[in-house]
Design a protein around this ligand. Structure first.
Ligand SMILES: [Zn+2]
Length: 70
């Protein structure tokens, strides 16, 4: 997994990797965005194995939105 090593082609800042979810499909996808300015670069990855691997990786780390199911 080398997503966090991608650099913005404009300012060479590392791209932010965020997980998003399709409004219609509800399927998760990966959004890459320049951390400095979203107008520089914004991209989406829908490749299922990559997205699912990233979901698992994020869930294995800390969870950004703690759900109250115990
Ligand atoms: Zn940039």
């Amino acid at each position: 997994m080398t997503a966090d090593m991608l650099l913005c082609p404009i300012c060479a800042e590392p791209l932010m990797v965020r997980l998003a979810r399709g409004r219609k499909s509800g399927k998760p996808f990966v959004m890459l965005r320049c951390a400095r300015d979203g107008r520089h670069y914004r991209g989406f990855i829908n490749h299922r194995p990559y997205v699912l691997a990233l979901v698992e990786k994020l869930e294995a780390q800390d969870r950004p939105e703690p759900e109250s199911k115990s």
